[in-house]
Design a protein around this ligand. Structure first.
Ligand code: PGA
Length: 253
């Protein structure tokens, strides 16, 4: 049985003070709930420590939204996997579509970041997904397959056990448009089949595949009910403690 993972991607929201408040709200809201879900909060770099301090004695994990692949050196402005681990991170998001779209992230750089994350014992949440134009051109499967083959195709079967995939159709991110449960399941199922081809049926069966793109408390239950949807990567709705807790509850059922 795969344990769902619900991660809040706070994006460019919440400096340390706001992050502390939001993390405390989320922690307190989840405290009484007996959910069976892994929960991770991903604030901006500068707020990682503040969030870490709030969730320190809880099962809630802390993730960064990005990392650089070098360990150290003359790379002004970058943050390494080791530094994130040092700061108390358990997870890191890699290859988010906003990074691909605005900051030149490619499948090749995803592979480099992924290697660095695994080396530092961070759980990578690797994002994949097609744009609206790609969906309309009926090439969703090809796009997602090449993102997986080029970004993750080199992983050993053992390494797959630590990786989380997040299927996020780009047209659903921050738009209020959500993939239907059937659309999500169709892609998730094909992703799992491809991973089975690459790494074997056991690795594929154990792999957690999150759905992301305008997930809210109101639509989470039907998405999470699909057999190959193992949690959610949540943007906007993760900035509201009760919305986020609603998604965690839905994933737990
Ligand atoms: P959204 O973002 O929930 O605001 O659509 C999801 C994401 O970008 O991970």
């Amino acid at each position: 049985m795969r344990r769902p993972l619900v991660a809040g991607n706070w994006k460019l929201h919440c400096g340390p003070q706001d992050a502390e408040r939001l993390a405390r709200d989320i922690r307190n809201t989840l405290l009484g709930s007996r959910h069976q879900v892994d929960v991770v909060l991903c604030p901006p770099f500068v707020s990682l420590t503040a969030v870490r301090n709030i969730v320190r004695d809880t099962p809630i994990g802390v993730g960064a939204q990005h990392l650089f692949w070098e360990d150290k050196g003359a790379w002004t402005g970058e943050v390494s996997a080791g530094m994130l681990h040092d700061a108390g991170c358990t997870h890191v998001i890699i290859g988010h579509s906003e990074r691909r779209q605005h900051f030149g992230e490619t499948n090749a750089t995803v592979a480099k970041r992924l290697r660095a994350a695994l080396k530092a014992n961070l759980v990578p949440i690797v994002c994949i997904g097609e744009t609206l134009a790609e969906r309309e051109a009926a090439v969703t499967d090809q796009v997602v397959a090449s993102q997986i083959r080029e970004g993750l195709g080199w992983l050993s079967e053992a390494a797959w056990a630590t990786v989380v995939l997040a299927y996020e159709p780009v047209w659903a991110i921050g738009t209020g448009l959500t993939a239907t449960p059937e659309q999500a399941q169709a892609v998730h199922g094909r992703i799992r089949a491809l991973v089975s081809e690459l790494a074997g049926p056991a690795a594929a069966a154990a792999l957690r595949i999150q759905y992301g793109g305008s997930v809210k408390a109101a639509n989470a239950a039907s998405l999470m009910a699909e057999p190959d949807v193992d949690g959610a990567l949540v943007g906007g709705a993760s900035l509201d403690a009760s919305e986020f807790a609603g998604i965690v509850e839905a994933a737990s059922r």
